[in-house]
Design a binder for this molecule. Sequence first.
Ligand SMILES: *[C@@H]1O[C@H](CO)[C@@H](O)[C@H](O)[C@H]1NC(C)=O
Length: 339
Amino acid sequence: MLFLQLPLLVVLLPGGDNKDDFQEPVSFQLIQISSFYNRSSEENLGSGWLGELQTHGWESNSGTIFFLWPWSKGNFSNEEWMDLKESLHTMSIGFLQALHDYASQWQLEYPFEVQLAGGCDLHLEEASIGFIRIAYQGSDLVSFQKNSWLPSPNGGSRAQHICTLFNSDKDALEILHKLFFETCPRFLMGLLDAGKAYLQRQVRPEAWLSTGPSPGPDHLMLVCHVSGFHPKPIRVMWMQGEQELLGTQRSDFLPNADGTWYLQVSLDVEAIEAAGLSCHVKHSSLGDQEIILFWERRRSMVLIFLAVIVPLVLLTGLAFWLRKCWTPCEPASPLRPLV
Ligand SMILES: *[C@@H]1O[C@H](CO)[C@@H](O)[C@H](O)[C@H]1NC(C)=O
């Protein structure tokens, strides 16, 4: 199983203070993806994520941390960032070196991919939980729990060997515990606070209707598109009068470049039953109101559009044609007296 699913979504509710605003859990994590090409060469891709939002870049070869938002520093001072950068860099180098050194002993065959995710979940009621997970070729290998490394169920003897080695370094265990069970939750709290205005922004969705690929003869695929909304939770329904229609297909949430979301909800109906159906959108940015789009009204809007625009275009065309014809018929201007 691929462990590297992005963490649980950050669901933000308006109002209130700090972590009470968040439906739990909220997580922050660092991700490092390392491609080991051969004994002497590997490439790393590092990043920091608040839920599904990337907040940091991490150039793990030099240890440089990039702040992708004005609030990405959270409430940590520059000194704290320097220390953090040092610790992460040292650990990362040690980790990569260990994989190279023990590659043959652990039967890691070049080229291979190692994914690492380390961070913390913030829970409302319970204490926050730190975690580190490491995967080899896309499968869980070992994880760090509280203060020691445990092999994953399907990690085999390779995972056992790695845990034995990693657990023998007591100083490293202590540093990891401190970093992911203490520093990380403290950082996450500060980050949520610093980024509050952005994370809790309310952006209203736009909605429109279209037909999708025909599902069969005499059937229509009605598609309700909703885009540009934030935060992510939204309710989109196809309805007949007061009744919600079941059997709709909901797409995945797709991110827009500006951090808002896009979703589409489709309904397969018999063509003659489409008239009068409506798509309803409820979202926190709309308050008590909802967006309602009628299939029929949309069609009549198209008809009105055609009824107005087509004659207008024809008239304009005619006017141009007449002008074009008349202009050369006027006497050439140089021959005209000026006064
Ligand atoms: C290791 O891999 C890198 C990147 O593919 C390559 O440039 C380099 O020549 C390789 N080195 C050896 C010793 O094979």
